[in-house]
Ligand binder design. Structure first.
Ligand code: NAD
Length: 361
């Protein structure tokens, strides 16, 4: 297969971790006879330094014309880097919002999986971890509070800020479809999370999700209030298979879910829309504190490359090969500094990539 992949290394540790993901993809290409054509694009601070904007129209167009986009991370040291003296729409993270919107990527899939060999990294008690957990958050990405109208005014000498949370039924239906389709490929349990006891958009959310569920009789649907979900994630994460939720709730819950795995450097994500073109990136940021030191864990980006093969190219076997290669390297005791523990072997970013690529045969 011929695969045209736009690669955005970005800032901080981005270039280091993307190099390792490319290394692993190249090995998959050699092993399975696929041709990966990589086009490098600038985004974030790297683009600001060259073009004065976090994402040019040309770079966005090039991403649009590719089959998939692999991203490292963008952003610098907030408050220290000069990028943050720019207006918000010209800062590195604005590139991220622009590319998601520009590619119409409205579904964000973030798995939170407890790696058996990293149980000691999990901050939860053994009695809560039990047999482990393997859940995925399906988050609506282009609607809700983050994209609604907002303003700050002064009324009778008092400062007042407004943010608007709206969802229409089409926005809810299309993300619900992603939720049910994802559940169908897993353990067939979907928990839809909202705040329907208080807010109208959640009441509509609940109704529309129920309507969509009629086409998925094989998927068990439950509803949960977001405050309860936040508690259940640390009380009994094993109960969840797929969590379906709106933009802001998903932002918070997916961070909580990734933290309970204890290893943010291990977790990939995919942002998808109606077509096969998706954006794949680690769940973490650009970690400027360790950039350029060969300390970053490249696994989240390598697992994002596995998601890219699965969702944009339907290469399930190749995706599984990468995931199994990661498990084997962990089983053999190799660790980057963020997941290091007694009795294991400390390796740098590049060695971790070599080891994982070496397990693909
Ligand atoms: P961060 O995720 O970059 O870092 C948090 C902590 O985790 C740091 O101590 C860092 O060293 C560590 N860490 C993160 N990834 C790691 C990895 N792969 N291996 C080892 N350790 C890792 O979050 P932050 O410090 O809040 O943000 C730093 C910058 O990243 C900011 O500019 C922020 O805006 C940006 N950011 C970008 C994205 C994105 O590009 N999607 C997402 C989140 C944050």
């Amino acid at each position: 297969m011929d695969c045209n992949i736009a690669v955005i290394p970005g800032d901080g540790i981005g270039p280091e971790i993307v190099t390792e993901a490319r290394k692993v993809l190249a090995k998959i290409g050699n092993t399975y006879g696929h041709k990966f054509n990589f086009t490098e694009l600038l985004m974030g601070g790297a683009s600001i330094d060259v073009h004065g904007v976090p994402l040019t129209e040309e770079a966005l167009e090039a991403a649009r014309n590719s089959d998939a986009v692999l991203l490292g991370a963008v952003g610098g040291n907030v408050g220290v880097s000069n990028w943050y003296s720019l207006p918000p729409e010209l800062r590195p993270e604005a590139g991220l919002l622009k590319i998601r919107k520009g590619l119409n990527l409205y579904a964000n899939l973030r798995p939170a999986l407890l790696f058996e060999d990293l149980r000691e990294a999990c901050p939860l008690k053994e009695s809560i971890i039990g047999d482990g957990f393997d859940l995925i958050v399906v988050r609506e990405l282009t609607g809700g509070l983050y994209f609604g109208e907002r303003k700050t005014v002064v009324e009778e000498g008092i400062r007042k800020a407004y943010d608007t949370l709206t969802y229409d039924e089409e926005e809810i239906r299309r993300i619900a479809l992603w939720g049910f389709e994802t559940a169908r490929k897993r353990r067939k349990k979907l928990c839809s999370v909202d705040k329907a006891n208080v807010i109208d958009s959640s009441r509509l959310w609940r109704q529309v999700v129920k309507e969509v569920s009629k086409d998925y009789p094989d998927v068990e649907l439950s509803d949960m209030l977001v405050d309860n979900c936040a508690m259940q994630l640390v009380k009994d994460p094993g109960q969840f298979d797929v969590i379906l939720t709106e933009n802001m709730f998903g932002d918070i819950l997916s961070d909580e879910a990734s933290m309970v795995t204890g290893s943010i450097g291990m977790l990939p994500s995919a942002s998808l829309g109606r077509t096969k073109l998706g954006l794949y990136e680690p769940s973490h940021g650009s970690a400027p504190d360790i950039a350029g030191q060969n300390k970053a864990n490249p696994v989240a980006t390598i697992l994002s490359a596995a998601m890219l093969l699965r969702y944009s190219f339907d290469l399930e076997e190749e995706a599984k090969q990468i995931e199994e290669a990661v498990q084997k390297v962990l089983k053999n005791g190799y660790r980057t500094v963020d997941i290091m523990s007694d009795g294991n072997t400390l390796v740098g970013t590049d060695k971790m990539g070599d080891l994982i690529a070496g397990e693909i045969k």
